[in-house]
Design a protein around this ligand. Structure first.
Ligand SMILES: [Zn+2]
Length: 197
């Protein structure tokens, strides 16, 4: 999962499709929350009991049956919930609202290029007024830009060149996704840094 902090206009077609798919996954994960009710026991992990007799002592006792699917807890951990890419959304005041705003901007970029992404997949369509930005550090943006450019060099050379030209003409500043405001700082702690960039 990669929810780019970069402006979606740097992405090639494949990258835009990937971030759309992955942020829709993020939306469903954040919507579910950390745990969901176990579908096997419906949240009641004690599934039954039988009366048994100890043959040696002749005493009766109760044997309980517990749900194994949820390891007797009644709840299932949502896959991807602890993915580092979701951290900044979870820290926001309303994670679903923010991931929806993130998706909305991706949709707008796709729409601008004439791609038909289905806006009905968003839970909340509108980007609310008085929306306060999330932050991204300058070094995180630079890192992501290098990371993307390395991919594009192989995948879509034309887009790679276009991005080089753009990033030169704007005083070497990499533009963030509109949801994020740039602050000074090193690469974010949640990033899994690859050394070979
Ligand atoms: Zn269960």
């Amino acid at each position: 999962m990669r929810l780019w902090s970069l402006s979606p206009r740097y992405l090639d077609r494949m990258g835009l499709l990937a971030v759309w798919r992955e942020s829709l996954l993020a939306q469903s994960v954040l919507l579910k929350g950390e745990y969901t009710k176990c579908s096997n026991c419906k949240g009641s992990p004690l599934m039954g009991e039988v009366k048994c007799t100890n043959l040696q002592t002749g005493k009766g006792y109760i044997k309980e049956f517990w749900c194994t699917k949820c390891k007797e807890t009644g709840k299932i951990k949502t896959p991807y919930y602890n993915h580092p890419q979701l951290e900044r959304f979870k820290k926001s005041s309303d994670s679903v609202l923010y991931i929806n705003a993130y998706l909305n901007y991706i949709w707008q970029e796709a729409d601008r290029r004439g791609y038909k992404f289905d806006i009905n997949k968003l839970i909340k369509y509108e980007i609310p007024q008085l929306f306060s930005s999330l932050t991204v550090t300058k070094e995180q943006l630079n890192y992501e830009f290098k990371h993307l450019q390395k991919k594009l060099h192989k995948r879509d050379y034309e887009k790679y060149v276009e991005n080089v030209i753009e990033s030169c003409s704007f005083t070497l500043k990499v533009e963030p996704h509109p949801l994020f405001e740039i602050i000074e700082g090193e690469i974010e702690s949640w990033e899994k840094v690859k050394d070979n960039l």
